[in-house]
Every structure is written in structure tokens, then in C-alpha cells.
Design a protein around this ligand. Structure first.
Ligand SMILES: [Fe+2]
Ligand SMILES: [Fe+2]
Length: 281
């Protein structure tokens, strides 16, 4: 993979016809040999990825729930089949990250209370928000996952810093997030098409998502006697995250444009490259 800038097609149009069919895959993972600091021997970066992983199984089940809520109202045939594939991919991600989260338990991190608390939060959201608001939450979080995923696919320095067994999981997940990034958005647009709620929800989700992931990462670091005092590693991690955040900011802000669509961020070429890397037999 060449290290390239985040590719963004800033033209108004985009080509839905070139959209690659969404494939549900069931890769096998093995985390038995995974070292504690699987991300460049860096405690903070490793715990940050683990924090994301801890939110995924319940979070992605919620994404599926929010799309299922309204799938009967989807009329477009291609979108209906994309919805089925979206549900299949997210279900596989949930299972894979449950296995990954077991690795976090094995290395002694106290992650079960975090997983339980994620479950309770999701159940609260399901009880309080309307189906439109729930789907808007999914669209906002899918935008975050899509732009982060594209960054990971396009920047060689990410996967090269990961232990190969962790890279296998994260690059597979990143690829599939780019493949299905428009599905929840297209369902929202077809069923509700409420731009005010879509953008307002993103503002709320931005605050809650960043603060929640920071909180969980901090909790994991505090729980790790060996890693929490490695201040030089923390500083290096912050430098890396600063570059990433600066690169991603324009793609994040695109979500607030009136004519925004996820496919305006062209990820076809990089996704093709990674399909070759991960699934060429
Ligand atoms: Fe996913
Ligand atoms: Fe997703």
C-alpha cells in the first residue's frame, strides 16, 4: 500500500454505479500470540484500539437494530440487498471483536464492567430515542468509522505498526466499513431525509464518542501498572494521534454539508487494493 492522503472527491457528484457489491466474509482470527502492547509496543495506542474494540460488539448490534427498525420502509431493491449485507458484515464484526476483547481479559485488563456499561447505554438509547434518532446516531457513528477506516487503509504506517494478528482483524474491519459506509445513510435518506436531525445528531455524537473512547482508554491505562507510567510512549502516541486528527478533520466536517453523501469520499481504489491483500487466494 502506498501512503497517501485521505482521498476525498470534493466534486458534487459521485458514482454509485461503481460501488463494489458488499460481501459478508467469515475470516478466522487467532489472538493467542498477541503481545500485550500489540500497537508498536505502545501502551496508549494499544489501549486506545482496545477501547474502540470494547464498544464494537454492543455498538454494532445497535447499528443493526436501528437499520432493522425501518428496513420494511426501504423500497429501492439494491438498497434492500445492501441492508442484508450490512447486517451480515456488522454481525461478523461483533463476533470478531468479542474474541479480541477476550484477549484483553486474558492479559489482565478489567474490561467486563466496561462491556456491561456499554450494553446498558445501548439499551437506554433504544428505550429513549425514536427510530429516526436511532438511525441518525448510526449514520453519525458510521461516518466516524468510515473516515477512520479509510485513513487506516491509506496509511501504511498504521498496519505496519500493528502485530500481524491484530492487523488482520483491524484491516479486515476497516475494509468492510468502507464497503458498507453508505448503507445506513441511504436508508436514513430514503426513509426520513431529515437534514436537521442528521447534523444535530452528529454534533452530539462527536462529543459523546470522543469523550467515551478517551474515558475507556484512560481507564485501561490506569488498570495497567506496567504501561501507565511510560510517559515517553504516551507523548509519542499523542503526536501520532494529532497528525491523524488533523488529516481527518476535513472529511469529518464534510458531514455537515447539505449535499453530503459518504461516497463523495472515494475509497474504491484503496478498498480494491486491500481486497487483493486480504483475500487473494
Ligand atoms: Fe463494523
Ligand atoms: Fe459499519
Amino acid at each position: 500500500m502506498q501512503s497517501t492522503a485521505h482521498t476525498t472527491n470534493t466534486t458534487q457528484g459521485f458514482d454509485n454505479a461503481s460501488h463494489h457489491p458488499i460481501t459478508v466474509r467469515r475470516p478466522e482470527f487467532n489472538f493467542a500470540q498477541l503481545p500485550k502492547y500489540y500497537f508498536n509496543n505502545n501502551p496508549l495506542l494499544s489501549h486506545l484500539l482496545t477501547a474502540l474494540s470494547l464498544t464494537f460488539p454492543n455498538g454494532e448490534r445497535f447499528f443493526v437494530h436501528s437499520v432493522r427498525n425501518v428496513r420494511d420502509q426501504v423500497k429501492t431493491a439494491t438498497l434492500k440487498s445492501d441492508v442484508s449485507a450490512f447486517i451480515g458484515q456488522e454481525a461478523m464484526h461483533s463476533h470478531a471483536h468479542e474474541d479480541f476483547n477476550d484477549f484483553a481479559k486474558r492479559i489482565g485488563l478489567d474490561v467486563q464492567p466496561i462491556i456491561d456499561s456499554e450494553y446498558e447505554k445501548v439499551e437506554q438509547i433504544k428505550g429513549v430515542l425514536t427510530p429516526k434518532q436511532q438511525l441518525a446516531v448510526t449514520c453519525a457513528l458510521e461516518h466516524f468509522t468510515a473516515i477512520i477506516a479509510q485513513y487506516l487503509l491509506e496509511h501504511d504506517d498504521f498496519h505496519k505498526q500493528l502485530h500481524p494478528d491484530a492487523a488482520h482483524l483491524w484491516m479486515w474491519h476497516a475494509l468492510e466499513e468502507t464497503e458498507h459506509k453508505a448503507v445506513a445513510f441511504d436508508v436514513y435518506r430514503e426513509v426520513f431525509n431529515d437534514e436537521v436531525v442528521r447534523k444535530r445528531t452528529m454534533r452530539i455524537i462527536t462529543t459523546t464518542f470522543i469523550s467515551r473512547i478517551s474515558y475507556i482508554t484512560g481507564k485501561l491505562l490506569l488498570n495497567d501498572k506496567e504501561g501507565r507510567l511510560q510517559f515517553k510512549q504516551h507523548w509519542l502516541a499523542f503526536q501520532q494521534l494529532k497528525v491523524m486528527a488533523k488529516t481527518l478533520l476535513p472529511a469529518y466536517l464534510d458531514y455537515y454539508k447539505n449535499d453530503f453523501h459518504p461516497n463523495q469520499h472515494d475509497s474504491n481504489a484503496i478498498a480494491n487494493e486491500w481486497r487483493g491483500v486480504l483475500f487473494a487466494s
